[in-house]
Design a protein around this ligand. Structure first.
Ligand SMILES: [Zn+2]
Length: 215
């Protein structure tokens, strides 16, 4: 599974105690640089040359530096193996090219294709050697916006620790408060249906003033 860590947490060193790949307790902690992938459209710039491509790719690349990233002993062995294979391929390409150039006739027609094989061997060797860096060993890469470090093929124990490190879901608003009043015009009590109902006017007593309003 792919596990996501906020870039800020990685930079701050808030990372699990186990390695991402094997889920084993870290035997060493290393400075590790995670990088983003080059967006696919940038490769179109290769039509205009390697230099425009390299410049734009470098400008767009996001990096997240982890001061202490956990690695176990198996991670260390994997790193050694990749480095050994990569450097081995590079040495093979260089030594082979030198040896063959000494053996071959100067105007051999197969020279071009043989040179190509050694160039490809050299590129492959450099490619393998680059995967021995800490970031690729951890299988981590940065999102294109630089906000997140994605760890591919993360071990379950690593995923659990990442989940425990991150703050929980945002708490819901406090339910003790009364809900906000509904939008709309304020509700007034209904008006009395009509003016107060007085009883039928009574006949005034002789001598009594008209009107019964008390003063
Ligand atoms: Zn490991």
């Amino acid at each position: 599974m792919t596990v996501d860590l906020p870039a800020q947490a990685v930079t701050a060193g808030a990372v699990p105690e186990v390695c991402a790949r094997h889920g084993q307790p870290a035997t060493r902690r290393r400075k590790t640089v995670f990088r983003s992938y080059t967006p696919k459209w940038v490769y179109v710039l290769l039509l205009f040359g390697v230099l425009p491509f390299a410049i734009v790719a470098a400008v767009l690349q996001k990096r997240v530096k982890a001061p202490t990233w956990p690695f176990c002993a198996d991670c260390g062995r994997l790193r050694t193996r990749r480095l050994f294979i990569g450097v081995g391929l590079v040495v093979l390409a260089v030594v082979g090219a030198v040896a063959l150039s000494a053996l071959m006739a100067p105007n051999d027609s197969t020279a071009g294709s043989i040179v190509l094989v050694f160039v490809l061997l050299l590129i492959a060797g450099l490619g393998v050697a680059s995967t021995a860096a800490n970031g690729p060993i951890a299988s981590g890469y940065v999102s294109n916006d630089g906000s997140t470090v994605h760890v591919r093929r993360a071990h379950d124990r690593f995923a659990e620790q990442v989940a425990a490190l991150q703050p929980g879901p945002v708490p819901q608003p406090h339910q003790a408060y009364p809900p906000y009043p509904q939008a709309g015009p304020p509700q007034y009590p209904p008006y009395p249906p009509a003016a107060p109902q007085y009883g039928p006017a009574t006949q005034a007593w002789p001598g009594q003033a008209q009107g019964d309003q008390p003063r």
